[in-house]
Design a binder for this molecule. Sequence first.
Ligand code: HEC
Length: 118
Amino acid sequence: MQKWIMSGLFFAACAFAVILMFTLPGKEQVAEQNNPTLPVVQLDTAKAEATVKANCITCHGDQLQGGIGPSLQNEGSGNDAEGIFSIVTKGRGQMPSFKDKLAPEEIANVAMWLSEKK
Ligand code: HEC
């Protein structure tokens, strides 16, 4: 008899744990609200170059040598992908935010590409 009660409790606890797993907001979800986190993407160089050509070279120069904005030719030595993702997503000073123009994955791809320029 006691065995049945024990295993009943055990299964109830398991079911409760599973429900919690699906209903509690994940750690990433909470962090996302405070600070945009870099989505995991595979670097696609051609796509990054196309995105930059369409959105960034007016200010940063067609060789990323700088213009209205600073040169990005060695951006990777000062900023990692995470930092660049945050600047491009939120904007900073004269730098516009691209939150509404580009998908997070597109920004992440560009950020990863730029972070390799050292
Ligand atoms: C309207 C002009 C403009 C456009 C378009 C623009 N930027 Fe900028 N960007 C700036 C300016 C100005 C700054 C300097 C911001 C500051 O005062 O901190 C900057 C800063 C940056 C920085 C930080 C540089 C550093 O090391 O301090 C990064 C990275 C960057 N831009 C990336 C991009 C990318 C990627 C794009 C295209 C998706 C883009 N920018 C489009 C004007 C622009």
